[in-house]
Design a protein around this ligand. Structure first.
Ligand code: PEP
Ligand code: MG
Length: 584
């Protein structure tokens, strides 16, 4: 038995076999082609090599700036393979002589070269064989389309293990056979952490060196509440985990009784509790947990499930179906938020040196106006199926908002001109997730119908901590005075302008923070379905006047550490008081 520690990213307990997500090895089928097809196959080969060359070059540039030229040297060797005459000549010869598809010819040519290297005893040639295989798989992936998702899905309920998962990997994975997650990389608000909380399975992230320590033949236990995993747990641990899981089930059943009750404090203050969702399948679950609507639909996940850009009609169909299933409850569509760590090659968002400060969110959409306008049109059309609102991500100032609103006006105008039925006068709001948006919240409020605070990015940008980097994850401090002030200022500015202000970042899913958010005056919390009942319970237990003074007290503290300690004591004391009251 061995315990490995990491960052507790999603609470809960699970035991089971491990399933490693790695890239699937592609073995192309040997398919014959007609003689007239040969030039086309050669062109396909040229294009696949070019795509791979660009990808490797980008990695080389990134590695040399991040780690120095020596590290990048390894990849430069791969670039040389792509340009190697031996590889080109052999592949073209196989296409011409054996008349097979370019991918089959390329794999065959690389296989022959690798076999020759294998026979040479020197270590340097063995290394080259590894490089050759790496390059081979990259080119074969390029043949299948750059954005293709290449992961092996688990065949039985398993704990998913990986260095890290991209949002497109998580979209492909969904909840199929997923018992929990163990990741080498990532922090509390990395996308795999968000997905785990959303589907209610435990996750531990930021476990450096994990993959070398695991034994894939042994059962492993995940303790997402305390941030650890136990390899080959003994009977005692298995019994304890099974007891904790049953206790959680009982607690959830109790909370299920709250489903149709309002989120209202004992002194009559009403808050809206909405759901954050990524995929259509989450709609029903959100409703089952008592969500009053969807406060954040991360639409990019719908795009990640495709290999090409979905058309306006396709988007309208998917969006309308989701809106219809909401049965008259509102749904906030956040327009595409690609870039940052959400990169999708077919959309054209690329890996960058400084991705979170790069081409993401509204910047990407404004630079791809047709794509942006198409999405807005589809949302307007889906508005016929029920109430919808549009929310723009990563807004830093009024100029961007005005430009986004102009694209909305254009979309509506074109729909009208073409006589396509659609909903009109949609509410347009913004994510407040950059420090700049907080500082000019009064100006933005004059141009918005609502605000939703994206605390994940707001914390990242305000405290200058990369949300996906486990080394700095200790800086994820929702109770840092700067964050509390940012939320307070945003709520004040919004209310002064007469608009509602919500929060849809992960802070909203933390039960311990529910009273603080209530006290800060937020009108809406949008959170994961799995966390919703517990947060509702807290709201129904807490007087608004008390929550106000808790928030005021925390705002007066100098450090996040002091604030965390004080809040933990306060919550502990309240729990004790409640138990005493219930027992008396
Ligand atoms: C946020 O930044 O808080 C947010 C909700 O958006 P995302 O996590 O998708 O960046
Ligand atoms: Mg964000």
């Amino acid at each position: 038995m061995k315990t490995i520690h990491g960052i507790a990213a999603s609470p809960g307990y699970a035991c089971g076999p491990l399933h490693r997500i790695g890239r699937r090895t592609i073995v192309p089928e040997r398919k014959a082609v007609a003689v007239g097809e040969i030039p086309n196959q050669i062109e396909r080969f040229r294009q696949a090599v070019e795509v791979s060359r660009r990808q490797i070059q980008e990695l080389v540039d990134r590695l040399s700036s991040e780690l120095g030229p020596e590290e990048a040297e390894i990849l430069s060797a791969q670039l040389m393979i792509l340009e190697d005459e031996m590889v080109w000549d052999a592949t073209l010869a196989v296409i011409r002589l054996e008349r097979i598809t370019a991918e089959a010819a390329f794999a065959r040519a690389v296989g022959d070269i690798a076999a020759r290297f294998h026979k040479i005893e020197e270590e340097v040639f063995k290394e080259r064989v590894n490089d050759l295989h790496d390059v081979e798989q990259r080119v074969l992936r390029a043949f299948q389309g750059e954005g293709c998702c290449q992961i092996d899905l688990p065949g039985e309920p398993s704990i998913i293990v990986a260095n890290n998962l991209t949002p497109s990997d998580t979209a492909a994975l969904g909840r199929n056979n997923v018992l929990g997650f163990l990741m080498e990389e990532g922090g509390n608000t990395s996308h795999v952490a968000i997905l785990a909380r959303s589907i209610g399975v435990p996750a531990v992230v930021g476990m450096k060196g994990l993959l070398t320590q695991l034994d894939f033949d042994l059962t492993t236990a995940v303790d997402g509440t305390n941030g650890q995993c136990i390899i080959d747990p003994d009977k005692e641990i298995l019994r304890r985990f099974s007891r904790l899981r049953s206790e959680a089930l009982v607690a959830n059943e109790k909370l299920a009784g709250l489903r149709d009750l309002e989120a209202i404090t004992p002194d009559g203050h009403r808050l809206k509790l909405m759901a954050n969702i990524e995929l259509p399948m989450e709609v029903d679950e959100a409703l089952a947990r008592g969500a009053e609507g969807v406060g954040l639909l991360r639409t990019e996940y719908l795009f990640f499930q495709h290999h090409t850009i979905p058309s306006e009609d396709e988007q309208t169909e998917v969006y309308s179906d989701m809106v219809r299933r909401m049965g008259g409850r509102p749904m906030v569509f956040r327009t595409l938020d690609v870039g940052g760590d959400k990169v999708s090659d077919y959309l054209g968002a690329k890996r960058e040196y400084n991705p979170f400060l790069g081409w993401r969110g509204i910047r990407f959409s404004l630079a791809n106006r047709m794509l942006f306008k198409t999405q807005i049109k589809a949302i307007c059309r889906a508005g016929l199926a029920g109430p919808v609102k549009i929310m723009f991500p990563m807004i830093t100032g009024v100029q961007e908002l005005l430009e986004a609103k102009a694209v909305y006006e254009e979309a509506v105008f074109e729909l009208e001109k073409s006589g396509i039925p659609h909903a009109g006068n949609l509410d347009l709001g913004i994510m407040v997730e950059t420090p700049s948006a907080v500082l000019v919240a009064d100006l933005l409020a004059a141009e918005s119908q609502f605000f939703s605070i994206g605390s994940n990015d707001l914390i990242q940008y305000t405290l200058a901590m990369d949300r996906g980097n486990s080394r700095v994850s200790y800086l994820y401090q929702p109770l840092h005075p700067a964050i509390l002030r940012a939320i307070h200022n945003t709520v004040e500015a919004g209310h002064k302008a007469g608009i509602w202000v919500g929060i849809c970042g992960e802070m909203g899913s933390e039960t311990r923070l529910a009273e603080v958010l209530l006290g800060l005056g937020l009108d809406e919390i949008s959170l994961h379905g799995a966390a919703l009942p517990k947060v509702k319970q807290v709201i129904r237990w807490t007087k608004f006047s008390e929550a106000r003074s808790v928030a005021r007290h925390l705002m007066g503290m100098n450090t996040a550490t002091d604030a965390n300690e004080w809040l933990a004591d306060y919550i502990g004391q309240r729990k004790k008081d409640r138990m005493e009251r219930e027992n008396s």
